[in-house]
Design a protein around this ligand. Structure first.
Ligand SMILES: [Zn+2]
Length: 368
C-alpha cells in the first residue's frame, strides 16, 4: 500500500565508507607535551552550549598539556563563553573554545572545529544576539567535521531520527556528508529542482474528487512543519500534480514517481476499500476517507525525499525495505510495532517525531 517507486535509483551509490580512523577511547587522560603556541586574541561572549565530537581538551590556551579526551564525553553539554585565537607552531591561526561541563570538573581548551553548537530553544529576542548567532554559524561553516566525527554523531543519535546536532550542521557539512546522511536516515532527493520554490510546492489536482483529501494532507504537512510546504495551485500554475489513474493491476494505492503523485482509481472509487480487505481489528479503526488522506499525506512525504522506515507508527512506514532507493538496513517485519497495529498512513496520516525530523533534515539537505 502506498508504495513508492522511484526513478532516482541510479543516483544512489554504494560509496558510503567513512574514511577516517576512529580514535581509540582510552578512558584516561593523556598528558603528551607539545610545543607552546602563541595567544593572539581572546574574546568573550554570552554563554552558548556545545557538544564535543572528538579531540583533546587542553589545560591552558598554551596547548601544552592535554587533560581530557573529548571521545570520553560524547553526550556532555559544554558551556562556552570565551574563545582564544592562537598562532600554532606551523604558523597558522586557530580558534579554541574554553569549555566547561556543568559541574566544572571537565574544563579546558578545545579546537572550535570539534564542537557543535546545541541550538537554543529560546527565540532570539533582539538583533544584537541575532547578529552574534549569525557570526558564530558563519565561523562554524569554515570548520568541517571529520567523517569519523560525523559517523559518531549519527551513531549517538536515535536510529532514523536526526538529532538537533544533525539538524544544525553547517551548509558545508550537508554538502559533503549528504550521501552519508541519506543512508543513515533513508532520505534521498526525489523531486526535480523547481518543484519546491522557497520550500513550497504548488499542487494541481486534476480530479475534483481528490481535492478534499489533498487539502487535508496539505494541512497536515504545513502544520507539522510549521511552514507552507504545499499549497493548492491551478492547471496553469503548479509545480506538482496529483492524478487519478487506473492502476488496478499494480500493487500500490498511491505512488510518486518524481513528477506526479498518482492515486489508483479502481481502489479509490471502491467504497469498500480498504476496510473490506483488512482484518476486522484493523478495519474497525479505519474509514476509507481517513485512509485516503493518509495515502495522500504519505505520498507527499515522498516528494520531500523521505523513503520508507520500518517504524510502524511512522507516516513513512512500509512493511518491508524492498523498493527503498536508500536503506540503512533491510527489514521484513516492523523494526518497532505501533500500539494500534496501524501505521501512520492507515491511521489517517499521522506523524511521529521521526517523520518530522527526517523531513527537516531533507530540507536542510536541499531536497525541497
Ligand atoms: Zn511509500
Amino acid at each position: 500500500m502506498a508504495k513508492f517507486k522511484n526513478r532516482f535509483l541510479l543516483l544512489v551509490t554504494a560509496a558510503f565508507s567513512f574514511g577516517a580512523v576512529l580514535i581509540g577511547v582510552t578512558g584516561q587522560t593523556a598528558q603528551a607535551k607539545t610545543k607552546s603556541v602563541k595567544i593572539i586574541k581572546t574574546k568573550k561572549f554570552d554563554t552558548k552550549k556545545f557538544r564535543a565530537t572528538k579531540g583533546y581538551i587542553y589545560s591552558s590556551a598554551k596547548l601544552t598539556k592535554k587533560v581530557h579526551n573529548a571521545d570520553n564525553y560524547p553526550k556532555t553539554v559544554f558551556y562556552v563563553n570565551k574563545q582564544v585565537t592562537v598562532k600554532k607552531t606551523n604558523g597558522k591561526n586557530a580558534v579554541y573554545y574554553y569549555v566547561q561541563n556543568k559541574s566544572k570538573k571537565v574544563k579546558g581548551y578545545i579546537w572550535r572545529g570539534y564542537m557543535i553548537q546545541i541550538p537554543s530553544k529560546k527565540v532570539v529576542a533582539n538583533s544584537e544576539s541575532a547578529t552574534d548567532n549569525n557570526q558564530v554559524s558563519a565561523e562554524a561553516a569554515e570548520q568541517m567535521m571529520s567523517a569519523g566525527a560525523m559517523s559518531r554523531l549519527i551513531d549517538e543519535a536515535p536510529d532514523m531520527n536526526p538529532s538537533d546536532a544533525i539538524l544544525n550542521l553547517s551548509a558545508n557539512e550537508y554538502n559533503v556528508y549528504g550521501e552519508t546522511l541519506n543512508k543513515a536516515y533513508n532520505i534521498i532527493k526525489t523531486s526535480p529542482s523547481g518543484m519546491f520554490n522557497n520550500h513550497t510546492a504548488t499542487i494541481y489536482v486534476e480530479n475534483s474528487r481528490l481535492v478534499p483529501y489533498v487539502q487535508q494532507a496539505i494541512e497536515k504537512w504545513n502544520s507539522a512543519m510549521e511552514q507552507t510546504v504545499f499549497k493548492l495551485g491551478t492547471r496553469n500554475n503548479h509545480t506538482l500534480e496529483v492524478k487519478l489513474v487506473n492502476a488496478s493491476n499494480s500493487d500500490w494505492d498511491g505512488m510518486y514517481n518524481g513528477q506526479a503523485v498518482y492515486i489508483d482509481a479502481s481502489r479509490f472509487l471502491n467504497p469498500r476499500y480498504p476496510t473490506a480487505y483488512l482484518s476486522q481489528q484493523k478495519a474497525a479503526q479505519i474509514t476509507p476517507s481517513t485512509y485516503w488522506v493518509g495515502v495522500m499525506t504519505h505520498e507527499l512525504g515522498h516528494t520531500l525525499g523521505l523513503d520508507h522506515t520500518g517504524y510502524q507508527s511512522d507516516l513513512m512506514y512500509a512493511s518491508s525495505s524492498e523498493g527503498n532507493a536508500v536503506a540503512k538496513y533491510s527489514w521484513k517485519t516492523p523494526v518497532e510495532r505501533s500500539s494500534t497495529g496501524l501505521d501512520g498512513t492507515e491511521n489517517g496520516g499521522t506523524f511521529t517525531d521521526r517523520d518530522i525530523n527526517r523531513a527537516k533534515l531533507a530540507q536542510k539537505l536541499g531536497y525541497w
